[in-house]
Design a protein around this ligand. Structure first.
Ligand code: BTN
Length: 319
C-alpha cells in the first residue's frame, strides 16, 4: 500500500475525527514531513481535509472523493477484491466486462465520477453527470446456475432500497422490475448482465450496474418529469455497503427467500398498470409478484397474465 493509500484509508476510517500527523507517520513508518506532503497533495486532489496544529488531520463529513482505499475502509478482508475508480469512463459495466475479458477472475467494484455512455435497460442511456451520483458496478461470482442467478436483479433492488432507506430515513419503493423510486421519482436504475458458460448452464461472472442519483437536480428534458435524487451520501460507503450486502445475498440465490422483501417494497402491487404484449395494449391491475420475478396481473377483461421482465415494460397508470 502506498503512503497516499494508507492515509486515505486512515482518514476515511476516522472520518470526522482528527488523527495526529505523528500517529499516521508512525503507523506508516515514514516522517511527519512525508505525511504533510501527502496530505497537501490529497487536498489538491479535492479531499476536504482540515489540518489543525496539535490536533492533526481530519476528513470532513462532506468530503466526497471516491477512491479505492476510501472504499476499502468500509470493507473487511478486501484484499482479494479488485477495486477500480475513474474520474470519467464510458460505462462502469463496460469497464467491468473489459476487465473480465482481460482476465480478471476475482470479484470487483468499479466506480466512476461520471459516465459518458452510461447504459440503462432495454438499450436506453443512463444520465450520469459528474460527481452527482453513484455510478457503480459490482462483479460477483455466485455459485449458481444461469436461471438461479436471474434473482440477483431483485436482490439488488432490495439491497439498494434497504441501504438508501436506512441512511436517508426516506421510503424507497421498487417499481417492477428494478427501478428504485422515492416520492414517485426514479432515483436509481439497475442493469444486470452476465458473462456465462451457456453449455454448462453456469454463470462465469455477474455484472451488476447500479446508478443512483444523489445530488443531481437538473435532468435532461426527456427524464425531468420522472427522475429525482436521493440526497448526499458518502459514495465510498454506499458502494462498499451495497457490495457487502450483495455478496452476502448471493448465498440465497437458489432459495430466493428475499422475494418477500421484494414484494413488500413493491410500488406496483395493487396498482393499475398499462403494458403492451405482442402489439396489444392492456390495462390491468397488478396482483402479485411470483418468486421467479414475474408480475401477475389481471386485465380489465378478467384475463390473468404473468408478465416476464424481459418482454414488456409497465407504466403505472397516472390516475
Ligand atoms: C436503468 O435505469 O435502466 C438502468 C440504469 C443502470 C445504470 C448503471 S450506472 C453504473 C452502470 N454502468 C452503466 O453503464 N449502467 C449501470
Amino acid at each position: 500500500m502506498t503512503l497516499r493509500d494508507n492515509i486515505i484509508y486512515q482518514l476515511e476510517k476516522n472520518r470526522g475525527n482528527f488523527i495526529s500527523g505523528q500517529e499516521i507517520a508512525k503507523s506508516a513508518g515514514v516522517s511527519r514531513n512525508a505525511v504533510s506532503k501527502t496530505i497537501n497533495s490529497l487536498k489538491n486532489d479535492g479531499f476536504l481535509i482540515e489540518s489543525v496544529n496539535n490536533s492533526g488531520h481530519r476528513l470532513l463529513e462532506n468530503s466526497d472523493v471516491v477512491s479505492e482505499f476510501g472504499i476499502r475502509a468500509f470493507l473487511d478482508n478486501s484484499d482479494d477484491l479488485e477495486i477500480r475508480t475513474f474520474k470519467t469512463i464510458d460505462s462502469t459495466n463496460n469497464e467491468a466486462k473489459r476487465a473480465i475479458a482481460d482476465g480478471m477472475t476475482t470479484d470487483g467494484i468499479f466506480v466512476a465520477d461520471q459516465q459518458t455512455s452510461g447504459r440503462g435497460r432495454r438499450g436506453k442511456s443512463f444520465y450520469s453527470p459528474e460527481k452527482s451520483g453513484l455510478y457503480f458496478t459490482a462483479v460477483l461470482h455466485p455459485e449458481a446456475t444461469l436461471s438461479d442467478s436471474v434473482g440477483i436483479t431483485a436482490l439488488t433492488a432490495i439491497v439498494v432500497a434497504d441501504v438508501i432507506g436506512e441512511v436517508t430515513k426516506k421510503h424507497p419503493k421498487i417499481k417492477w422490475v428494478n427501478d428504485i423510486f422515492i416520492d414517485n421519482k426514479k432515483v436509481c436504475g439497475i442493469l444486470t448482465e452476465a458473462v456465462s458458460d451457456f453449455e454448462a448452464n453456469r454463470v462465469q461472472a455477474i455484472i451488476v450496474g447500479i446508478g443512483i442519483n444523489l445530488t443531481t437536480h437538473l435532468f435532461p428534458d426527456e427524464i425531468s418529469e420522472i427522475a429525482g435524487s436521493v440526497g448526499s451520501i458518502n459514495r465510498c460507503f454506499l458502494a462498499a455497503e451495497i457490495f457487502k450486502r450483495l455478496k452476502a445475498g448471493c448465498e440465497n440465490l437458489v432459495e430466493r427467500k428475499f422475494m418477500d422483501d421484494y414484494r413488500k417494497y413493491s410500488l406496483v402491487i395493487g396498482k393499475e398498470v398499462e403494458f403492451s404484449q405482442n402489439g396489444i395494449n392492456y390495462i390491468a391491475t397488478a396482483k402479485d409478484i411470483s418468486d421467479d420475478g414475474s408480475l401477475l396481473v389481471i386485465t380489465h377483461e378478467g384475463k390473468e397474465i404473468a408478465l416476464n421482465s424481459g418482454e414488456i415494460s409497465v407504466r403505472l397508470n397516472k390516475n
